[in-house]
Structure formats: structure tokens, C-alpha cells
Design a protein around this ligand. Structure first.
Ligand code: NAD
Length: 526
């Protein structure tokens, strides 16, 4: 079952239902206005008009106009511009943090690190490396020694970015900045749940220097769908696997390429020789930070039986001490999206009904807003949703294993494959296990933070996605490769042109034997 939150707590009224209705994300669309809510209190913070298909089409056209001159700018000029955007982020840092916290329920420390720091790093990274990675790359011409060949990385044109609510700044800005660094312009549709952060992104690019580089359109599924079908040159989508499927199907109509960064059910494997102090702190932070609403949260833990009880005892002690409040200086804040709280409740109830025990937490906090207590579950197994579906909340289920083999088999028993972690004092053994985990990313003796190494490509396998962000691979996601071949010498003709020489077949076979025959390989010892 692909379970995503149903929008049942919200009145959902759109003037025009989306062509591919997705009840999940039209959650705060009331008529033509997005009603933005502070999840810490439930108070309304803003009303933002929804953009219909006409506005989406106008934005794509404006971005296409801007694309010509932006593509013609040198990578160095583009980098200089991005660094000026970075300056604006730093100037407005406090205001950005405040907007992010009011939209998501995060703590300021979480917003400052996982949102601002991540974006500032990414801008600096591509400002430094984009020029080199976009340079023409020579290619050996193989047997055609009289040819010269090279690859050229060209911008795609206009990229449509669709982003989620859990890291509304980072996950909007990362594809936006990368697409710009590669010479594209962008139309961004931020999450309808955190539309106020989308307005901050709009303001960052609102200048006379390069008008139209980044257009922001607001709305839910219908606006996103209009963008996907609107004739952009690529869609960079971050969100649930369920919406990812809809996006890919809609994009298929025009054969628009897609980059999909989707959900996860990240496993954590703890071997008997692991440093339990570090591993338990890692498990607690990795499952609870951002109230568990991270695509690469630790969603399930497999602990060797010999250290299971001690591991659980330490985890429970630490979870009981988590400071969960809206003081601005706690460890975690509220959850963001009310339907997601329902998913968390359902997963805990399903686990308990099937025999799991709740050692700490287990339910909502009795206060306004969307608060769920940090929760630890034991005696869990793979019949339970909490071990198979994305929970996306502050819940840590811990399962006992009897061998590395069993732990790896359980880790791989998932349709997701985003991030994962192995904890062991034996780094070589951990690396062996890492190689066998079906995931796009693995951390050894840490979790989640591989994303912060901007040089490492990040993305999923299986239903966790297609394509990569970060690194050279992430930049080149927003380019098309043009392959160019030139003739070095001005010979009057090629040997295979008409009329085909009578001896061409014979000559070709002899040349092949000479170059690739086993006699030579044996003599050269290959
Ligand atoms: P979601 O799929 O509900 O929505 C994502 C975005 O898609 C929103 O902007 C939404 O308005 C838009 N949308 C909804 N229906 C659409 C449609 N039919 N066509 C086009 N756009 C549409 O996801 P969410 O609830 O906002 O985010 C949480 C999910 O995102 C989780 O599954 C999480 O794991 C995943 N996620 C993945 C990554 C990653 O990098 N792999 C990062 C963060 C979040």
C-alpha cells in the first residue's frame, strides 16, 4: 500500500479539479487561495492566491525569454550572480529562519542548519565547480584516429521545480540553484503547505539584473500538474513516491524528462561491535530531528541481539530527555502537516495491534497545533506498516537481528532505497555491508549527513527516485550532452563512402584481428 496522508482535516475546494487529482497535496487549497497555517499553534499566517494554468503558462513563457540570455552568459558570470543571491540569503537570514519555522514548526537551530546552511553551501559549491564541470570534455575517437571528438554540456532551457514541505527552503533552492548554475531558467512550484517560504524564494530572485530567471507559481496539485504538462524542458520533482508516479505519467505525454527525489524507509544496521553511545545518539537524532519528517530519517533499526537490550535502554533514556517545544530553543518542534500526524498515529496503532510495545511516547500531545510525542517501539516486525511504509514522524522502531546477513536482508526488504547506515567498529566490514545495501546512499557510523557533503551525488534507487542532486552528476542532470565529432585531416573521402571499395570487407576483418585478436592479447599478457 502506498500510503500518503489524506487531506481529511482540511476542507478542500478547488475551482477546477486537477486533471490527475491527488488528494494528498491539495490540502490547503480553499477556492483560489492557499491558507497558510503555523503548525505550532494552528493560527493562520497568510493567504496566498493560487496560480491557475494561464499564469503557469505565462511564467514558463517568461522563463523561456530569460533563458536565451542566461544560457549565453558565461558560467563565471552565472556564478557571480548566484553568489549575490547567497549574500541576500545571509542578509535576510533571521527573517528566513522565522518564516521557515512558522511554516513548518521547526526549531530555529534546525532551520538555520538544515535549510540555510545547506543552501548557502550548495551555492558556494556550484559557484566554485560549475565552470569546470560544464567545460567541453574530449573523448578518444576509438579506431577513428583521424577524428576528434568531444562532449559539450548545454543547458536544457526551462526547468520546472516542484518541491515538498518538509525542507521547504533547501528542497526548493537546491534544484533551482543547480539548474541556474547549469544555464537554465526555472519555474518553481513550492509546496502548497509551506507557500510562505516560496514567497521568500521569489523575493531572493526579484531583481532588475536578471528578471525572470526564477518564476514562482503557487498552488497545489492542479498548479503542479499544469507545470508538468506546460512544456518545460525538465521537471525536478521532490516529494512522495505516489505523487512522483503521477508526475512521471503526466510528463510522459510530452516525453519531458524527470528528476525524481522521492520517499524513503531508511534502515540503520547496528553490529555487535558498534560504539553504542554513538550509535544510540545517532539513532535518536536521526529518527527525531525535524520531528522525523526527513526523507532520509532513520525509519527502522536492526540491532544485533547481543546488544539489543542495552541499545534500547540507552535510546529510551535519551528519547525521554528530548526537549520538544515551541520556545525556539528546544531540540524539536511540532510536526508540519496535519494529515501526516494521522499517518504516524495509524502506524503506531497498527504496530501495537500486531504485538509491538511502546516504550516511550506513542501519541499526540494535548495542546494546540500538530504535536506528536517522540516514540520508541520494540517487538516490531515486517508485517507492520511502521517497518514497511514511510512513517515520516518522530517514531523509532527497533528490531532484534541475529546476524549481519539477516540485518542486510531485512534492510533490503523494502521498495524504497534512499539513505541507510551501518554502525560498527570494523570499518572494513561496515563497508562490505554498505556495498550490499540497496540504497542510493550509505553512511558508516553516522546517518543522514551524507547529504551535507555537496560533492556526493544524492538520490534514490527502487521507488526512492530517479536521478541525482549534488556533485557533478547533480549539475549535469540539468544539461543535455551534445556529442561533437570533427575530421582532423582534409582527406577527399572516407574509406567506407560510395562507391564502397571491393576490398573493404577483407581489410576490415584483417584490421579487427590485428587490433583485437587474442594473439596480441596473449603477447601483451592481457
Ligand atoms: P507530495 O508528493 O505530497 O507533494 C510534493 C509536491 O508535489 C508539492 O509541491 C505538491 O503540491 C505537488 N503535487 C501534488 N500533486 C501533484 C501533481 N499531481 N502534479 C504535480 N505536482 C503535484 O510530498 P510532500 O508531502 O510535500 O513531501 C513529503 C514527501 O517527500 C515524503 O515522501 C518525503 O520522503 C519526500 N521527500 C523526498 C526527498 C528526497 O530528496 N528524496 C526530500 C524531501 C522529501
Amino acid at each position: 500500500m502506498d500510503e500518503r496522508p489524506a487531506a481529511s482535516v482540511w476542507a478542500v475546494t478547488t475551482l477546477e479539479p486537477p486533471p490527475t487529482p491527488n488528494p494528498d497535496s491539495a490540502a490547503v487549497e480553499h477556492g483560489e487561495v492557499l491558507v497558510c497555517v503555523d503548525p505550532r499553534t494552528g493560527a493562520t499566517t497568510a493567504r496566498i492566491p493560487v496560480d491557475g494554468p494561464e499564469e503557469v503558462a505565462r511564467s514558463i513563457a517568461a522563463a523561456r525569454d530569460a533563458a536565451r540570455s542566461w544560457a549565453a552568459a558565461t558560467p563565471r558570470d552565472r556564478s557571480r550572480y548566484l553568489l549575490r543571491v547567497r549574500d541576500r540569503i545571509l542578509e535576510r537570514a533571521e527573517q528566513l529562519v522565522e518564516t521557515i519555522c512558522a511554516a513548518t514548526g521547526k526549531q530555529p537551530a534546525e532551520a538555520a542548519t538544515t535549510e540555510l546552511m545547506a543552501v548557502v553551501e550548495t551555492i558556494g559549491f556550484y559557484a566554485e565547480h560549475a565552470e569546470r564541470w560544464l567545460r567541453d570534455q574530449p573523448v578518444h575517437p576509438g579506431s577513428l584516429l583521424h577524428k576528434r571528438a568531444w562532449k559539450r554540456y548545454e543547458p536544457l532551457g526551462v526547468v520546472g521545480v516542484i518541491s515538498p514541505w518538509n525542507y521547504p527552503f533547501t528542497l526548493a533552492m537546491t534544484p533551482v540553484v543547480t539548474a541556474l548554475a547549469a544555464g537554465n531558467t526555472v519555474v518553481l512550484k513550492p509546496s502548497d503547505v509551506t507557500a510562505t517560504v516560496g514567497e521568500e524564494v521569489r523575493a531572493l530572485f526579484d531583481d532588475d539584473e536578471w528578471p525572470g530567471l526564477v518564476r514562482v507559481v503557487q498552488g497545489g496539485a492542479a498548479t503542479g500538474d499544469a507545470l508538468v504538462r506546460g512544456g518545460v524542458d525538465k521537471i525536478a520533482f521532490t516529494g512522495s513516491a505516489r505523487t512522483g508516479r503521477l508526475v512521471m505519467a503526466a510528463a510522459a505525454e510530452r516525453l519531458t524528462p524527470v528528476l525524481l527525489e522521492l520517499g524513503g524507509k531508511d534502515p540503520m544496521i547496528v553490529r555487535a561491535d558498534a560504539d553504542l553511545d554513538r550509535a544510540t545518539r545517532g539513532a535518536v537524532w536521526g529518527s527525531m530531528q525535524n520531528s522525523g519528517q526527513t526523507c532520509m530519517s532513520v525509519e527502522r533499526v536492526y540491532v544485533d541481539a547481543s546488544v539489543h537490550d542495552e541499545f534500547v535502554e540507552r535510546v529510551v533514556r535519551q528519547v525521554e530527555q528530548i526537549r520538544q517545544d515551541d520556545s525556539g530553543s528546544g531540540d524539536i518542534g511540532s510536526m508540519t502537516f496535519p494529515p501526516q500526524v494521522e499517518v504516524v498515529e495509524r502506524h503506531v496503532a497498527d504496530a501495537v495491534a500486531k504485538g509491538a510495545r511502546v516504550l516511550v511516547g506513542g501519541g499526540r500531545l494535548d495542546r494546540p497545533g500538530y504535536w506528536f510525542a517522540p516514540t520508541v517501539l520494540v517487538d516490531v516486525d515486517h508485517t507492520m506498516d511502521v517497518m514497511r511504509e514511510e512513517t515520516f514522524g518522530p517514531v523509532l522502531p527497533i528490531m532484534r537481528t541475529t546476524s549481519d546477513e539477516e540485518a542486510v536482508a531485512l534492510a533490503n526488504d523494502s521498495r524504497y532505497g534512499l539513505n541507510s547506515s551501518v554502525w560498527s567498529a570494523d570499518e572494513d566490514r561496515a563497508a562490505e555491508l554498505a556495498a550490499r545495501i540497496e540504497a542510493g546512499n550509505v553512511c558508516i557510523n553516522d546517518c543522514i549527513v551524507s547529504y551535507a557533503v555537496t560533492g556526493l551525488p544524492f538520490g534514490g534507487v527502487k521507488e526512492s527516485g530517479i536521478g541525482r542532486v549534488h556533485g557533478a552528476e547533480g549539475l549535469r542532470e540539468f544539461t543535455q550532452v551534445k556529442s561533437i565529432m570533427a575530421t582532423r585531416f582534409r582527406a577527399p573521402r572516407e574509406p567506407w563512402w560510395f562507391p564502397v571499395p571491393a576490398r573493404l570487407a577483407d581489410l576490415s576483418i584483417r584490421t579487427l584481428r590485428l587490433r583485437f585478436g587474442s594473439t596480441w592479447r596473449r603477447r601483451l599478457g592481457r
